[in-house]
Design a protein around this ligand. Structure first.
Ligand code: G3D
Ligand code: MG
Length: 187
């Protein structure tokens, strides 16, 4: 029997990098170019089978609409999250530079052990690419994050982004469970 896990995850990154498009592609398998989200925070649910880890993961994916700077919205957004995707748009350098700020904010709310995956999105737009794979990988390596190049438009590596994060979160959950049982034995 596979082990069952449920994780809340957060979609992090500037406006228009593709957070909602990735979430829709992953959870519904499609791409809508003219959807509009108006509420402050929204979430989608998707189950993922990780055969290699004998695990089933139910993801609750939280996505912020726009850039609400209100503390109250942010706290609810981060509360209980076990991981996140740090998304940028490879055609806009500013969005790449800003993932560091998103990382800092996430660390402040959730601690620096939170599993994160760097997602370089919109790689289908090769001709207007402004951030190289090398640069993205270098940033990820420096922080020991995984790195994925994706396109919500073509679907390339979208599932991989969520699956890689899920593997990392399952490992973290196992470590936490082990620590807890050791605490019990010790106590
Ligand atoms: P956000 O949720 O991070 O704010 P969205 O970003 O998911 O709303 O996406 C912003 C715009 O980028 C949308 O365009 C969307 O269709 C487009 N987009 C998202 N991912 C990709 C991708 O991988 N490739 C390409 N070419 N476009 C993408 P519109 O025009 O609908 O606002
Ligand atoms: Mg959005």
């Amino acid at each position: 029997m596979p082990a069952e896990y449920r994780f809340k995850i957060a979609m992090l990154g500037d406006g228009a990098v593709g957070k909602t498009a990735l979430t829709i592609r992953f959870t519904e398998g499609g791409f809508e170019s003219d959807y509009k989200r108006t509420i402050g925070a929204d979430f989608a649910i998707k189950e993922l089978e990780l055969k290699d880890m004998n695990a089933n993961v139910k993801l609750q994916i939280w996505d912020l609409a726009g850039q609400p700077r209100f503390e109250s919205v942010r706290q609810g957004f981060y509360r209980g999250a076990r991981g996140g995707l740090l998304v940028y748009d490879v055609t806009r350098r500013r969005t790449f530079l800003n993932i560091d700020t998103w990382k800092d904010e996430c660390f402040t709310s959730l601690g620096s052990n939170i599993p994160l995956v760097v997602v370089a999105n919109k790689v289908d737009l090769e001709d207007s690419r402004a951030v190289s794979q090398e640069e993205g990988e270098q940033y990820a390596r420096k922080h020991k994050f995984l790195y994925v190049e994706s396109s919500a438009l073509t679907g390339e590596n979208v599932e991989e982004a969520y699956a890689n994060l899920s593997r990392h979160m399952v490992n973290e959950a196992k470590i936490r469970a082990n620590n807890t049982s050791e605490d019990k034995r010790a106590g």
